[in-house]
Structure formats: C-alpha cells, structure tokens
Design a protein around this ligand. Structure first.
Ligand code: NAI
Ligand code: MG
Length: 356
C-alpha cells in the first residue's frame, strides 16, 4: 500500500501533516512517500508538477493531495501556476470519477444556511463524471453562424457528447459506491431535452441490470437542484455528467456550511485515486496553524475505503472525527459560542487520541 503524499503549498503542508499522523496511528503497513507539488514544486524544481512527482503519483497505489494555489505564485505564466499540477495529475492518471460526499455532522448543524431539521444528519455522495461532456466535446469555438435566423452573425458553440463506455464506467462507480452505502442511486440528466442525456439514461438503466440490490431512480437536473435544497436527505448517491455535477456538487457542498470539512476522491478505472480536501490552499490563513485538517483526514479515510478496501479503518477515522466534534473541539472556521477553539495540530492530536 504505497501512498504518494503531495502536501502542496499554502495550508497544504499543515493539514497534510495531521492526515499523515492519523494514517501512521492506524497500525497498518503503509509506505508513505512525499513529493513537492504546486507552488512547492515550482519553488524547489521550477515546475508545479515536477517529473519525479508525476512518476511517484503514477507508481503509487493512491495519492493523497493537500492543496495548491498560494497567491505568491499568481504572477507566473499559466503553465507554471500551481493549479496546473492538479489538472495535470487528473489527466495523466485518467481520473474520470469525482466523488464528493456531503456530510453534515449533527454537532455542526448550525453551520449550514439551511434549517437544521432539513440538513442535520445529511449524508449524500455526489459522483461527477470528470473527463467528458460539453466541457471537452469537439467541435467548439466561435464562428460565423452558418444557418437559421442568426445566419452571418458570430456565434459561440460547444458540443455535448458522451461515449457509451464513458457512461458505463461512471455508472459502475456509482452502483458500487451505493452498494457500500444506502443502496440507492439517483442518475441526474436532462433526457427530456438532450439526446446525449437520453442516451445517458438508457446506458445507466442497462448497467443497473448488474446491480439488482441497488435501487435506481432517474431525475431531471432542474428537479434535482430543487430537491437538493428542499429535501437533501432523500438522496443517497447522485451520479451525473461533468457540467451538471460541477454545479450540483457545489450546491451540495454548501448544504453543509463548511468547506474545511469536505473531502473528495477522483478515481480511475481500477479505483486507483487521488484524494484531496475540496478546499484550496487558503493563503489568507497559511502559516498560522489554524486551518481545519478534517477535510484532509476524511480524504484519507475515503482513500482507505475506495483504493484499499479498508472499510473498517475508514469507519474508524470517521468515528474519531465525530468523536472530536462531540467533544466540542472546533477550528476557527467551524467555531460557535460554547465550543472549544483549537488549532490545526491540536485537532490532529485529538483525532489521533480518539482513534486509540
Ligand atoms: P480556498 O478554499 O483556498 O479558501 C476559501 C476560504 O475558505 C478562505 O477564507 C479560506 O481561509 C477558507 N478555508 C479553506 N480551507 C480551509 C480550511 N481547511 N480550514 C479553514 N478555513 C479554510 O479557496 P480560494 O480562496 O478561492 O482559493 C485560494 C487558492 O487555492 C487559489 O489559488 C485557488 O486557485 C486554489 N484552489 C486550489 C484547489 C486545489 O488545490 N485543488 C481547489 C480550490 C482552489
Ligand atoms: Mg465547481
């Protein structure tokens, strides 16, 4: 179980240090190897994704990624900016399935903008296809409109497309994830208007034949947006395309109120994956020892579950996180009156202690 540890820049190294402590306290034989990425890659090797870092990420069984994007690299040309590292890793590792759980711990119900009874106990998983759809379909561009009422004017155009194998593989990820959770998948599409998503619906329905223990429901994206805000707890696993997933996953993230709590996974065809907190490098608080390490620690738990099949260890980490929240420990981003404010390292120590 070789894990590439890529802390990155900004708060990345601070939060990663705590996730590493948690991994090391599980009593498992992990081989952890660190490498520079993002701003740290640029500072040490002149490139956000140095060849040795990419080689390590490819050779490891899983990648645990911190965050990149410190403002001090803002003036660099686009190809050298820290964010290129994460785009490069997604492409080079073939990571097509983005999994974002949106969990609201009952202790943090006050952090959401929605009423506590609507979101308290929320535990849903959004699976977004990451490499296809209108974001990458060709042809695209700006041209002279060839026909219709706007003939002769300039027009912008993109192409929505999904190959059958792309839909099949993301559907398999969704059904398999649901088997380990609430055994329900909601496939979100726009089959009433778009050919691409009628095809999506047909293929997902076909893949479902292999997973009769999972319930499948289809929902149009506009209705899904409404239901996510009205009654989000009705969902278990949501699977959708790149564009709908982009929008719905941000919406679902905000149901929980705090970005410092949200892990994510990006998986390839063999469940090899890159795991990272949903937030960025938070340059405004970097170096102050106050960043919330829980999103990164929970990303490590996702790694154990999805890449290594270590469900029990993943559950242990998640229980430990619940325990420290129940103890009233809070980093400043989730602090409320009546709780105990702690820093990054203290929060990490509390999780390690809870694991014992
Ligand atoms: P951000 O997520 O870094 O920060 C947004 C706000 O949330 C800030 O006020 C920050 O202090 C707070 N925050 C974020 N993580 C936190 C944590 N663990 N604990 C406590 N507070 C936390 O997003 P922002 O400010 O838009 O971007 C900063 C940089 O990060 C940019 O350069 C951006 O491109 C990059 N970025 C990198 C990502 C990645 O590494 N995958 C993802 C998103 C942004
Ligand atoms: Mg987005």
């Amino acid at each position: 179980m070789k894990i590439a540890i890529l802390p990155g820049d900004g708060i990345g190294p601070e939060i990663m240090a705590q996730a590493v402590r948690v991994l090391n306290s599980l009593g498992e034989k992990f081989e952890l190897e660190s490498a520079d990425v993002g701003g740290a890659g640029y500072a040490a090797h002149g490139h956000p994704l140095p060849p040795a870092t990419l080689a390590l990420a490819k050779e490891a069984d899983a990648v645990l990624f911190g965050a990149v994007g410190d403002y001090k690299y803002d003036s660099l040309e686009r190809s050298l900016r820290p964010e290129q590292a994460i785009l490069g890793l997604r492409k080079e590792l073939g990571l097509f399935a983005n999994l974002r759980p949106a969990i609201l711990y009952p202790e943090l119900a006050g952090a959401s903008t929605l009423k506590p009874e609507v979101v308290s106990g929320l535990d849903i998983l959004i699976i977004r296809e990451l490499t296809g759809d209108i974001y990458f379909g060709k042809p695209r561009g700006v041209r002279e409109c060839p026909d219709g009422p706007f003939k002769g004017e300039r027009e912008g155009f993109d192409t929505m497309r999904y190959a059958e194998s792309e839909i099949r593989r993301i559907a398999h990820v969704a059904f398999q994830a649901a088997q380990k959770r609430g055994k329900r998948v909601t496939s979100v599409d726009k089959a009433n208007v778009l050919e691409t998503f009628q095809f999506w619906r047909d293929i997902v329905t076909d893949v479902h034949k292999d997973y009769q223990d999972v319930e499948l429901e289809h929902m149009y994206v506009d209705n899904a947006a409404m239901q996510l805000v009205r009654a989000p707890k009705k969902f278990d696993v949501i699977v959708t395309g790149n564009m709908f997933g982009d929008i719905l996953s941000d919406c679902a993230a905000m149901l929980t109120g705090s970005i410092g709590m949200l892990p994510s996974a990006s998986l390839d065809a063999s469940n090899k994956g890159l795991y990272e907190p949903s937030h960025g490098s938070a340059p405004d608080i970097a170096g102050k020892g106050v960043a919330n390490p829980l999103a990164t620690i929970l990303s490590a738990a996702m790694m154990l579950r999805f890449s290594f099949g270590k469900t029990e260890q993943a559950n242990r980490i998640e229980s430990a996180v619940k325990q420290v929240l129940a103890q009233g420990l809070r980093t400043p981003d989730i602090y409320e009156a009546g709780t105990t404010k702690v820093g990054t390292e203290e929060m990490g120590s509390a999780v390690v202690n809870a694991l014992k």
